[in-house]
Design a protein around this ligand. Structure first.
Ligand code: NG6
Ligand code: CA
Length: 511
């Protein structure tokens, strides 16, 4: 009898120890490093020519590199919406947002942040937000809410919209950082406010000219014309060149302060979005002018975050995802010589299109999953989407999704961990029109529109004819096979229509 008791106690204790050990592994820290407008081919491991990205390449060499990973849309706000809510952004008609619109994510709904928070994590977002803030009576001088803190983040330090949109100030938690109450901020996207010069009236004051006929000629901040008007807040206004140090230091501080707890950090770069104004120490680091130098800067920041994890001994227990919010663009409205200096470098990799486009380079982006103790290095051609992060991380942390949560998110955890190469059976891409991906096939829904976005010189992929491509044989979408395979077109069209009409595509949704 005594032996039985001893055996039982030993067994019980070993189960407990095992669980404690796994406890940390089942609640790893998660860091999402999210670049802006970084194309599939803009990173060294995917063949970048004009710039070196040693830190990202090391992540790729030590991690699992995805070759068919997607954003939900070919622009910023919708992609970020899908990443954070697990819902395709087209369901809420979200497009590129101005800097003074209310928060687009409903407080109380499940988000990537709330999934981690419910699992006992400390959560933070640092960097570009671009999902709206406050309500329709938003006053930038008072408490700014609802915002990230109302949807599951414990800490936020934000570029509220984009670097080229007002207000050009950081928002930390509920307040503009460094604001002097005697110099209140006013923001308008309709008419000029205050007396600050605009790029339109005073082009001689600009350090970086705006392309004629495009935006970027409203209030001048830090020598650059922005989209929208602002007045006041002078002590709080940012200096673009300091983004890398300010944002990365905030990330390092957050990681360091929470090294003993499970944490989730969503770190969203402004790089390599316009205006591309890298810190002087990165100037000339690439052969491509400011756009390439901004990539070098972004790579350096990535390295600093990873080095912090290494220094603190957290690599064993931290999963890092590196990705981008949409495909690449060269001329995005400022004269920064991105077009002239690109040389043989192919930001879009082997694909066609880019930012704003339904063609593959619009949503197919670099994507690395790195967790040295758990994910074996390698390559995965599984079809996955950033919309899957909510369901995947709720599986990782054991947080249950409610029936109405994350309507399009699929649990891709086994795919992220490299246990299987079998990803989604289908995936919706969106950019002015819809596309459906299934295996190597892509169907693009007909829609009227120009063939080319002239300002940015990017093929739209729009056509009045249905389009069908086999991406394995034709990654650049040159040969429309719709007439050859009418049955396939019909089938994919039907599946796409159903996903749109149902209002959800997550298995188990509504139950
Ligand atoms: C466009 C801007 C572009 C960029 C984009 C949003 C002009 C001419 N173009 O309207 O520069 O800001 O919006 O980019 O003003 S995103 O990556 O945040 O979606
Ligand atoms: Ca973007």
């Amino acid at each position: 009898m005594k032996e039985y008791v001893i055996v039982f106690v030993v067994f019980f204790l070993s189960v407990l120890t095992l669980q404690a050990g796994q406890g940390s592994l089942s609640k790893p820290n998660v860091v999402i490093i999210y670049a802006d407008d970084l194309g599939y081919g803009d990173v060294g491991y995917n063949g970048a020519i004009g710039v070196k990205t040693p830190n990202i390449d090391r992540l790729a060499a030590e991690g699992l590199v995805f070759t068919d990973a997607h954003t939900s849309d070919a622009t910023c706000s919708p992609s970020r919406f899908a990443l954070l809510t697990g819902q395709y952004a087209f369901r809420q008609h979200i497009q590129v947002l101005p800097g003074n619109v209310p928060l687009k994510i409903k407080p109380g709904s499940a988000t990537l942040a709330s999934v981690f928070k419910d699992a006992g994590y400390v959560t933070a977002v640092i960097g570009k937000w671009h999902l709206g803030l406050g309500d329709d009576k938003l006053n930038w001088n008072g408490p700014i809410k609802p915002g990230p803190l109302e949807i599951g983040f414990d800490y936020s330090f934000l570029i509220p919209a984009t670097a080229d949109r007002v207000p050009c100030v950081f928002v930390e938690n509920h307040h503009v950082a460094g604001l002097n109450a005697e110099d209140p901020i006013e923001v308008s996207y309709r008419q000029k406010v205050g007396n600050d010069p605009t790029g339109r009236d005073h082009p001689e004051l600009l350090r970086m000219k705006a392309y004629p006929g495009q935006g970027h000629n409203n209030t001048i901040v830090n020598g650059v014309g922005r989209i929208g008007y602002m007045s006041g807040g002078h002590t709080a206004r940012w200096v673009d060149e300091l983004f890398p140090d300010i944002l990365t230091s905030k990330a390092v501080a957050f990681i360091t302060a929470n090294k003993d707890k499970p944490f989730f950090l969503y770190f969203a770069f402004s790089d390599i979005h316009v205006p591309r104004l890298p810190n002087p120490r990165f100037l000339g680091k690439s052969t491509m002018g400011n756009r390439g130098d901004a990539i070098a800067q972004m790579d350096w920041c990535t390295g600093r975050i990873i080095q912090t994890l290494r220094d603190l001994g957290l690599t064993k227990n931290t999963l890092v995802i590196f990705s981008s919010d949409n495909g690449p663009v060269l001329n995005d409205g400022y004269e920064d010589r991105a077009v002239e200096l690109v040389g043989k470098h192919k930001p879009w990799g082997p694909f066609s299109g880019g930012k704003y486009s339904i063609l593959e380079a619009g949503t197919r982006v670099p994507f690395i999953a790195w967790w040295p103790s758990r994910i074996k290095p390698g390559t995965s051609d599984a079809l996955i989407s950033q919309v899957d992060m909510v369901a995947s991380f709720s599986a990782l942390t054991g947080t249950k999704l409610g029936p109405e949560d994350a309507s399009d998110s699929r649990n891709m955890l086994p795919v992220l961990l490299g246990h299987t190469r079998k990803g989604r059976d289908n995936l919706v891409e969106m950019a002015l029109t819809w596309a459906l991906r299934m295996d190597d096939w892509k169907y693009i829904e007909p829609r009227q529109g120009p063939e080319l976005f002239k300002e940015v010189n990017i093929k739209t992929g729009l056509s009045m004819q249905p389009q069908l491509y086999n991406l394995k044989e034709d990654p650049a979408e040159q040969h429309n096979l719709a007439e050859k395979f009418p049955g396939k077109v019909e089938k994919m069209k039907r599946i796409l229509e159903k996903i749109k009409k149902d209002g959800y595509s997550r298995p188990g949704y509504g139950k």
